[in-house]
Design a protein. Structure first.
Length: 233
């Protein structure tokens, strides 16, 4: 299989995921892909970190590693990789742009390789999965990232190949930042964490993890309401 065949398949696969006749799904994709929608989630994760770490140094270390996830996974991509690779977004690709459905004229920037949404969200999901060690939250965060990936294809601003590469890079960055955190964490404080059934294996209170899950649930409900309202705009 040569490169042109892979590119052609990528474009056909994009058209499978892109758009629909549902105004409800249009509104859902547009709401879920908007960064401000997820501010409550980031605030809940910050609450979880502050509540379960007993020093400012530990809290700032986690915040710093999470920030590095975003910088290394997405920001460098936007500044360096996209302008260097220069792969058109589907919505701007001369070969298929006329076939791509858009929502309210949203087309994104010129270039889309690789997806910063995929890289950013997956790096955060993997970092906090390894950090907190809650099966429920881990599944929720990974699904959150994958839903963000779906919105990018639905809206026609990323090919599946852009998404896949973003996920691979984001996963590598998130894992690397967790290893960095572990190395620096034990230089700050190498004391043992005492665990009970009320805590995750990493020492995070399960009740506080449920706060994050509640925020995720409420955010999804908000997106549903916005999607219903989108129909009547």
């Amino acid at each position: 299989m040569d490169w042109s065949t892979i590119i052609g398949f990528d474009k056909q696969l994009l058209l499978f995921f892109n758009g629909s006749d549902s105004l409800f799904l249009d509104g859902m994709a547009k709401t879920l892909t908007t960064a401000s929608t997820w501010i409550p989630l980031y605030a809940a994760l910050l609450y979880l970190v502050i509540k379960n770490n007993n020093s400012l140094q530990k809290v700032m270390l986690i915040i710093g590693c999470a920030a590095l996830c975003v910088v290394l996974a997405g920001s460098l991509n936007d500044l360096l990789v996209k302008p260097w690779v220069c792969r058109w977004r589907p919505s701007r690709d001369p070969e298929i742009a006329m076939l791509v459905d858009s929502v309210n004229g949203y087309r994104g920037g010129d270039y889309g390789f690789f997806s910063s949404h995929a890289a950013n969200t997956f790096s955060i999901a993997i970092f906090f999965t390894l950090l907190i060690r809650s099966k429920t939250l881990s599944v929720a965060l990974i699904l959150w990232s994958l839903v963000n990936c779906w919105t990018r294809m639905y809206l026609g601003v990323h090919f599946p190949g852009d998404i896949l590469c973003g996920l691979v890079w984001g996963g590598a960055v998130g894992t690397g930042m967790w290893y960095l955190h572990q190395y620096l964490r034990y230089r700050i404080d190498d004391s043992k964490t005492y665990i009970s059934t009320e805590y995750t294996p990493a020492g995070y209170l399960l009740a506080d993890v449920q706060v994050v899950m509640l925020v995720l649930t409420l955010t999804l409900l908000y997106a549903i309401v916005r999607s219903v309202l989108f129909i009547y705009q």
